[in-house]
Ligand binder design. Sequence first.
Ligand code: FES
Length: 567
Amino acid sequence: MATRELTTRAASLDELRAKGRLVVSLDGHTICLLTDGDAVYAVDNRCPHMGFPLHRGTVSDGILTCHWHHARFDLCTGGTFDQFADELRRFPVEVEGDDVYVDLTPRRDPVEHQRGRLQVGLERNISLVVAKAAIVLVEADPSGVDAFRAGLDFGVWRRADGWNRGLTTLTCLMNLMPRVAAEDRAAALYHGLTDVATDSAGFEPRFPLQPLPGAGDPERLARWFRRFVEVRDAEGAERALVSAVRAGATREQLADMLFAAATDHRYLDNGHTLDFVNKALEALDVAGWERSDAVLASLPALLAFSARMEESNAWRNPVDLIALLEDAFERLPEPGRGGWGGRAELVETILSGEAAEILEALLAALRAGASAIELASAVTFAAAMRIARFPTTNEFGDWDTALHTFTFANAVEQGLRRSPSRELLRGVLDAAMSVHLDRFLNVPATRLPAAADGHGVLTELPHLLDKQQRVDEAATLVASYAGDPDELVAALGSCLLREDRNFHTIQCVEAAVRQHELLRGTDDERLPLIAAARYLAAHAPTARSQRQTYEIARRLHRGENLYEDVA
Ligand code: FES
């Protein structure tokens, strides 16, 4: 006679057969016992999709169908036929006489399971699946790096045309993640991962190229890389780049070759291209440089096919900024060692001077001892000022014009902090010209907010952003805040994460927070956050539907019932 192995008695078989299904509570589990012909099954009574009680479902030919969104589950294995749901947890059953026994032993590793589900969510672009995975993975790894790597690996492989908006969103939010409140961290990853999925959906995958056979010389490969990008040969450039990685090019060499190609032409794609290059490097800092061949190989197509501002009217007429820049590049002095004191004056010249005057002021600053980073920081600050003083009477779309310049300038500065080069220094001058071109956005310039009583700013800001266009009030609140700046950053992050994703708002807040941190302890430290608050207020409130999906996942994870009448 066979020996029964299961010890937890769940029900009477006669009673189960009489009723067809029973709901029992065992060791904290709510279990649905079902019969289908002679077979007896035990499954978790909460539908893995959104928790609807499965004892209200229908069984037919071994398939249980939930009545809420009609997800179907194989009762033998628990496997689902509907990927928006999840595998149903089933419990092994034994019957002895009139007694039904179930095995409550955990059978799967929830973290490993959610790693798999994250792939499903990314591949099929299902936000709720991504949200559930992000919550479990961040609980297991509060740094978020595990889930970030999964999103990065997926994103760089998934789109034939390479690095894209979604990967930039993911990296921006990963940078913000340690700066937001603990309860917002999984939401930050969720937004980033979901944007990767959304931005990859419907595209052909990328098939990576192998490096050249044999050893290569990184310096020669870097020259070839720039030459191939110049003639818009993305495949040639990719092969040179992955060969440089294989040849052992250092991180600085790789950054230099990418930034050089990103500044061989002016302000590629309104600054997005260099910003994306910088974000790819930041992604490697987080995920690990052993991924450099896969991640960096997503960049050559971007670099090769970007619009070059030499071909745009605004950079050519009525003043030929390209000619002025090329002349300035010829005369670019070696940067100084720092400690230069002309920042405020240079910022004012960038904001209000003519193009030739601005370029001469930049060259003079270098000759006066300004370091490349000091110069870049002044230009980025001027770009932030354009947003901080952007009047709401402008066309709404022009918020983006000012934003593009700011994020480009920030990326150039971050790149110079990573690996300074004469080539990338050209980007500082490009950024200054873009700030100059944006001068019409500050006519008339909005006054910078005066600090008022800062009491309650952290609680008032979310309420203010429940209403449209409270741009100047938000700036005043941020200007007035007198508490811990980390809490102010976290509050801005929290307001950002409750809105539906707006790529440019995410870029703005991330760049502003980075700039704020670089300027901590100076008189300029608050201005980037004022700019971010104004931009955020101009783009809030949204429908907040994406956060609602996340909150559903969070409630399910906590074991809450989504429906009032669920027992
Ligand atoms: S399919 Fe069951 S809750 Fe949605």
